[in-house]
Design a protein around this ligand. Structure first.
Ligand SMILES: NC(=O)c1ccc[n+]([C@@H]2O[C@H](COP(=O)([O-])OP(=O)(O)OC[C@H]3O[C@@H](n4cnc5c(N)ncnc54)[C@H](OP(=O)(O)O)[C@@H]3O)[C@@H](O)[C@H]2O)c1
Length: 186
């Protein structure tokens, strides 16, 4: 069984807040476009990415995103929601989809896009090598928070190809794109 690269992608405020009342706490269209561009980009035009998320984090119009299959995690849903391609009961089964026929030949990268539990479980997964975490340099009212992560395991990179390193600003809100790479331990 082959193993696909597994990345997390999120945006969090100064207090690591990521959500409020089921929505994003901010409106940052360019940040959203950055997120969409990352999860839909493939280096091989014949391939697709596997997007994994909890029931409350499905991207709007996810079925019309190019180069993607969307897997929703839920233990209570009985059928695939209309905005997704697959339904899985847990994260390992969703990750396994990418390594078994019929998807194994097609999937390039697995992206875990939230919420809290999928992030928490995915960052502990042995195949998780990178976390794209936009740092929103402001405080918002939030009820959902990015889980704690192990700073000894993931190191912030100074720069990364395809990721602007300068501070961004939209609607008066400053933010910066960050990439954390897993440190190889011998
Ligand atoms: N800023 C960001 O980057 C970002 C990213 C993602 C989401 N968000 C925000 O975060 C909030 C949603 O996150 P959330 O953590 O509350 O919810 P969520 O993970 O999106 O959805 C929770 C539901 O998904 C299912 N689920 C989640 N993890 C699972 C797992 N490991 N195995 C099986 N089922 C699983 C469960 O459904 P069942 O109860 O049916 O089993 C659970 O009740 C929203 O406000 C959203 O806008 C922000």
């Amino acid at each position: 069984m082959d193993h696909k690269p597994l990345h997390l992608i999120a945006a969090a405020d100064r207090n690591m807040g990521i959500g409020i009342s089921g929505n994003l706490p901010w409106s940052l269209p360019n940040e959203l476009n950055y997120f969409l561009s990352k999860i839909t980009t493939v280096s091989d035009p014949g391939k697709k990415n596997l997007i994994i998320c909890g029931k409350g984090s499905v991207v709007k119009d996810s079925l019309s995103l190019p180069n993607c299959y969307c897997v929703v995690l839920s233990r209570t849903l009985c059928s695939v929601p209309e905005n997704a391609d697959y339904l899985c009961r847990d994260l390992p089964s969703a990750i396994q989809l990418a390594s078994m026929p019929p998807l194994s030949e097609e999937i390039e990268t697995i992206w875990v896009i939230g919420g809290v539990k999928p992030f928490e479980e995915a960052m502990k997964h042995p195949n998780c090598d990178r976390i794209y975490l936009t740092h929103i340099m402001a405080e918002f009212s939030c009820d959902t928070f990015f889980p704690k992560f192990d700073w000894d395991t993931f190191k912030l990179l100074d720069e990364f190809p395809g990721v602007p390193s300068d501070i961004q600003e939209e609607n008066g809100i400053k933010y910066k794109f960050q990439v954390f790479q897993k440190v190889c331990k011998e």
